[in-house]
Design a protein around this ligand. Structure first.
Ligand code: PEP
Ligand code: MG
Length: 575
């Protein structure tokens, strides 16, 4: 039996057969061909293009009728790209004129086409370069006779399998939501990467940062995944299997126990009411939010609507998605404006990345840089605010100037809507995510210009401790209990309280029951989290004596030594 370790991001136990998805690397051979081989080579190239087209059509035919429209539209785009002369014709000319092998000729012209996309002004079109690369790679794989499984090949059933792969982009991970896998494990990735967050929302055992898993585990092998401990056992013997069967039954029993408090209010033993809200990624997550009995939606990550598709969703499509959430839930929905960039690329970020993507043109920066992308979203959110209670939340604000720009765009859009006779909530609350240290340090200033604050601990920790949340090499430094992080959180909560505006936390820390008491002690009353963790947090709230926790938290904030501080947080369990 082989035992592999990583970071557990989705709890529970799964026992099943492995399904290994292989990565995209391709070795392209380059050679010249004799004159008599030229026409057969052209034929080989044409066959590969035809096969690619055929495969894409097969995938399109397998998309279920109720699948989101973007699934079909990205295939349409791929089919169109296959007809582009740079891909379909010019390589043939090169094979004939320069007597190059088909793979080499395709690579030359494909690279030229990708350069055209790279140089485009429009950030969204520029990011389409990776779609071109995907199409070219498909033809290359057909030339090389390599058949790689991809999540976008939706017809492939992963149901009941333990999916093992080297890496998963958030764009790929969101496709996983359509399958009913029993667990998944990746070689790379950190516990608060967006892929890990999506994995958690699947409510299945999941482990990231399992160096070498996709190399050591073979298709069809039996594996046990212990999501809580971050361990995978490959080819376990019967003793291990028996042990984990029993553990799985125990974990399921525990979950059923928690279900009993679904309808209960999140009130502490000494009478303080805590608001527990849900984070959602897609309109399809409404069900999970409803089942968790969350008070409202504290974070709707709209960027997932923009992934795995050729064109950004139109205003009408966004309006339909937002109103579906609002109408079905009949609760307040906090819609976060687009947070694309860094690891969240429209198509998985397989193309060339900027030098420092997390510090680059991300979130509100990308939106302000590209109003053509931003304005339809602002219009859709504002129009949706006429349908039910909506708050708008701006991610990654780092300066007040940025906020001014967003506000003027909102005003501009409101005037447009007035002129066109569209209804909207004129007093729609506009809040900001406090996830850049600058915004946390100056939270008192931001609080004067915003209707609410929401602490995004995933990014706040990444930026404060200078650790890339996607890079598992620095995972070990991820520490929500770092005194600098705790001080910033306290600063933000106090600033919001002083300004008399609500403050929420919507990063992963808010959904981790180990920190519930500490955060309550720091003054937090509004928590937003993945619905799968809500009941555990509620249990913690209901078992808490807030007054005792508050006193103990003061000592924690005075503590300078990391180990001592962690021990004091551990002792909160007994407060
Ligand atoms: C955060 O940064 O804590 C957050 C909630 O936003 P995201 O994880 O989508 O970056
Ligand atoms: Mg964030």
């Amino acid at each position: 039996m082989l035992v592999l370790h990583g970071s557990g991001v989705g709890k529970g136990i799964a026992i099943g057969t492995a399904f290994v998805l292989h990565g995209p690397s391709l070795d392209i051979p380059e050679y010249t061909i004799p004159a008599q081989e030229v026409e057969p080579e052209v034929k080989r190239f044409r066959n590969a293009v035809v096969a690619s087209r055929q495969q894409l059509r097969e995938i399109a035919a397998q998309i279920p009728a109720n699948a989101p429209s973007e699934s079909a539209s990205f295939i349409e785009t791929y089919l169109l790209m296959l007809q582009d002369p740079e891909i379909a014709e010019k390589p043939i000319r090169t094979i004939r004129e320069q007597r190059l092998n088909a793979e080499h000729a395709l690579r030359m012209h494909g690279a030229a086409l990708m350069r055209v996309f790279e140089q485009m002004e429009d950030a969204y079109l520029r990011s389409k370069r990776t779609d071109v690369e995907d199409v070219i790679n498909r033809v290359q794989r057909n030339l090389l006779n390599i058949h790689r499984e991809r999540l976008t090949d939706i017809g492939k059933s992963l149901d009941g399998k333990v999916v093992v792969t080297r890496d998963l982009s958030p764009a790929d991970a969101v496709l996983l939501k359509r399958h009913k896998m029993s667990a998944f494990a990746t070689d790379l990735g950190g516990p608060i990467s967006h892929t890990a967050i999506l994995a958690r929302s699947l409510n299945i055992p999941a482990i990231v940062g399992m160096h070498g898993a996709s190399r050591y585990i073979r298709n069809g092998e039996t594996v046990v995944v212990d999501g809580k401990r971050g361990v995978v056992m490959v080819a376990p013997d019967s003793l291990v299997l028996d042990f984990y069967e029993q553990r799985r039954a125990y974990v399921i029993g525990k979950q059923l126990e928690l279900e009993k408090i679904k309808e209960s209010a999140a009130v502490t033993r000494d009478g303080a009411t805590i608001t527990l809200m849900a984070n959602i990624e897609l309109p399809d997550d409404i069900k999970a939010a409803q089942e968790s009995h969350a008070d409202s939606v504290g974070l709707y990550r709209t960027e997932y609507l923009f992934m795995n598709r050729a064109q950004p969703p139109s205003e009408a499509e966004q309006f339909a998605a937002y109103t579906r959430v609002i109408k079905t839930l009949r609760q307040q929905v906090t819609i976060r404006t687009l947070d694309l960039g860094a690891d969240k690329q429209v198509d998985g970020g397989r193309g060339e990345a900027p030098t420092n993507p997390a510090l680059g043109l991300r979130a509100v920066r990308m939106c302000l840089h590209d109003p053509a992308l931003f304005k339809p979203q602002l219009r859709a959110i504002l129009r949706a605010s006429a349908v039910g209670p909506v708050q708008m939340m701006i991610p990654m604000v780092s300066s007040l100037d940025e906020l001014d720009q967003v506000k003027s765009l909102i005003e501009e859009v409101k005037h447009e809507l007035d002129r066109e006779g569209h209804a909207y909530d004129a007093n729609i609350p506009v809040g900001g995510m406090i996830e850049v240290p600058a915004a946390a340090v100056a939270a008192d200033l931001f609080a004067q210009h915003l209707d609410f604050l929401s602490i995004g601990t995933n990014d706040l920790i990444q930026y404060t401790l200078a650790i890339d949340r996607v890079d598992d090499a620095v995972n070990y430094l991820y520490d929500p209990l770092h005194p600098a992080v705790l001080r910033l959180i306290k600063l933000v909560i106090d600033a919001a309280n002083k300004a008399g505006i609500p403050v929420t936390m919507c990063g992963e820390m808010a959904g981790d029951p180990r920190y519930t008491r500490l955060l309550m002690g720091l003054g937090l009353r509004l928590f937003s989290m993945d619905p799968t963790t809500l009941l555990e947090v509620k249990r913690k709230v209901m078992d808490t004596n807030l007054n005792a926790v508050r006193l103990a938290t003061e000592n924690i904030l005075r503590c300078h030594k990391s180990q001592e501080l962690k021990e004091l947080v551990g002792k909160l369990e007994f407060a």
